[in-house]
Design a protein around this ligand. Structure first.
Ligand code: FES
Length: 56
């Protein structure tokens, strides 16, 4: 599933970034070489990151 339409970032990439230490959506996007644009995806990205970090 695509999380961020502006950057075409997939859920899988956000999960990977979270496992590699990104604690926020901005950090995760930056680690993927991208940055938030419209910001609509931030709550969704954050939920995924939180989930990944509690599991890990
Ligand atoms: S959908 Fe992610 S910044 Fe627009």
């Amino acid at each position: 599933m695509v999380v961020c339409v502006c950057n075409a970032i997939r859920e899988q990439q956000v999960r990977e970034a979270a496992r590699n230490g990104s604690a926020t959506a901005c950090q995760a996007y930056r680690s993927l070489g991208r940055q938030p644009k419209c910001g609509q995806c931030i709550p969704f990205a954050r939920a995924i990151i939180d989930e990944e970090r509690t599991v890990a």
